[in-house]
Design a protein around this ligand. Structure first.
Ligand SMILES: Cc1ncc(COP(=O)(O)O)c(C=O)c1O
Length: 444
């Protein structure tokens, strides 16, 4: 059935089999399907989206007072300590140690859990490059499991087949701020005696069965980089409930200085590095914490509304959430685009058309394991010396992830700030997608 010439009201009725959805939608803006903005028509939206990051005056005052005090490093102040306490409390974790960024939080977690030369770590291929860079940086082999295209998360049913006698850890990512399937991941880890480090660098306040992401595995890592929901510019944190392990995190990130249960051995120093957060960073973090709960609630509300609107549009497949998900962070709002419902117009054309309608979007991650970086790593001294050639050859043969490949072709992402507007702002997104659907014959 061709919906091209239907009014939007009739379209909704036709595609959902019910008229109920109409009651919740706005006045049609393109009842006669309009002309696509990409083809010179009027865009659905001309207004700007909420800016990011946003901050309040309390951050300015605090940063200036630290500047004037001359106490810029955590050893001379207590702002980092305050921020660590506040963030641990917010997440319901016993402890938090802040780091310079999320990458170094992950490197620290891997180090204190003794993941290193010759070990293998199971990771998701659908993630920011840092997730597997830190494994390579720890001289361990990042072994990819496949992605579940419906949830955008690591497919837990493909993890066990990747476990070898060298596997030491699973590094699940709550990618895009949607929780990974922690029940299955924790059960596999328990069965095979593996460590779990959660990459929650996009998942502040997301929850799995009421527990905050990052507090479920052995350690959880966060990023506070500029684009993040708790933005500091740069910044990161390791979260945990094991006091002794967190003492090791604190000591290691502070040049190996003794801390708590980490005692001086034969003399100073113990092995360590410097990944300390500055007092200024923590001051910005403290002010950003104040808005996180409210922003998270709004993102979830708008995301739910958006899903309810777009799920009826043929060829638009909203992300699914696992049963255990009790809250999302929505660092990105993802859905999938099926070109066969859009006159076979390639995804890039759809992305361009949606952007032209005033709804900026992107296609997200590509199949990064084919980008050359992995091959360089496999040929490096670290890997050729610590892994048998047969293992690395098998690894190359197994770089094949159908779920991930499909997702990389179909994904569409919207950024988190677009979920911080009103219902009518969110409605613009659904209207734009539907307008494109109705004009799909003019896309190709
Ligand atoms: C999933 C994921 N892991 C790790 C990182 C690394 O964090 P940072 O940029 O703070 O080093 C990021 C940052 O974007 C991320 O998105």
């Amino acid at each position: 059935m061709d919906n091209k010439n239907l009014t939007r009201r009739a379209f909704l009725a036709a595609t959902t089999g019910t008229i109920a959805a109409v009651a919740t939608s706005r006045t049609p803006v393109y009842a006669n399907a309009g002309k696509l903005a990409i083809n010179g028509g009027k865009p659905v939206r001309a207004k700007k989206w909420p800016a990011w990051p946003q901050w309040d005056k309390s951050a300015e005052k605090h940063v200036i007072s630290i500047l004037r005090s001359g106490n810029w490093y955590r050893g001379q102040g207590n702002t980092v300590t305050q921020f660590e306490k506040a963030y641990a409390e917010l997440l319901g974790a016993k402890r938090c140690v802040c780091t310079v960024n999320g990458t170094n939080a992950l490197l620290t977690a891997l180090h204190v859990l003794d993941v290193g030369v010759g070990d293998e770590v199971i990771v998701s291929p659908y993630t920011f490059i840092a997730t597997y860079n830190v494994v390579i940086g720890s001289a361990a082999l990042p072994v990819f499991a496949d992605t579940d295209p419906e949830t955008f998360q690591i497919n837990p049913d493909t993890i066990e087949e990747r476990i070898t006698e060298r596997t030491k850890a699973i590094l699940p990512v709550h990618i895009l701020g949607l929780p990974a399937n922690m029940d299955k991941i924790m059960a596999i880890a328990k069965k095979h005696n593996l460590i779990v480090i959660e990459d929650a660098c996009q998942a502040w306040m997301a929850e799995w069965r009421g527990k905050k992401c990052g507090t479920i595995g052995d350690l959880g890592c966060f990023s506070f980089q500029n684009s993040k929901h708790l933005p500091i510019g740069e910044g990161g944190a390791v979260i945990g409930n094991d006091e002794e392990l967190m003492d090791r995190v604190m000591s290691f990130h502070n040049c190996g200085r003794p801390y708590g249960s980490v005692k001086r051995t034969s003399g100073y120093p113990i092995i360590g590095t410097n990944r300390r957060m500055t007092e200024y960073q923590a001051a910005v973090g403290l002010s950003q914490i104040k808005r996180l709960e409210k922003d998270t609630a709004l993102r979830n509300k708008n995301a739910e509304y958006l899903t309810s609107r777009i799920k009826h549009i043929p060829g638009i497949v909203p992300h699914k959430l696992y049963d255990g998900v009790t809250r999302c962070a929505y660092h990105l709002y993802p859905f999938r685009y099926k070109k066969e419902h859009f006159n076979n117009a390639p995804r890039e054309k759809f992305l361009a058309a949606l952007s032209a309608e005033g709804v900026p979007c992107s296609g997200g991650y590509g199949p990064q394991y084919r980008d050359g970086l992995i091959e360089v790593a496999l040929n490096s001294k670290n890997f050729t010396r610590s892994f048998p050639k047969a293992r690395l050859d098998k690894y190359r043969r197994e770089l094949n992830f159908p779920g991930n490949e499909q997702l990389c072709k179909e994904a569409v992402w919207l950024t988190q700030n677009m979920l911080l507007g009103s219902k009518s702002d969110t409605s613009d997104i659904a209207d734009a997608i539907q307008k494109i659907y109705e004009n799909r014959d003019k896309l190709a």
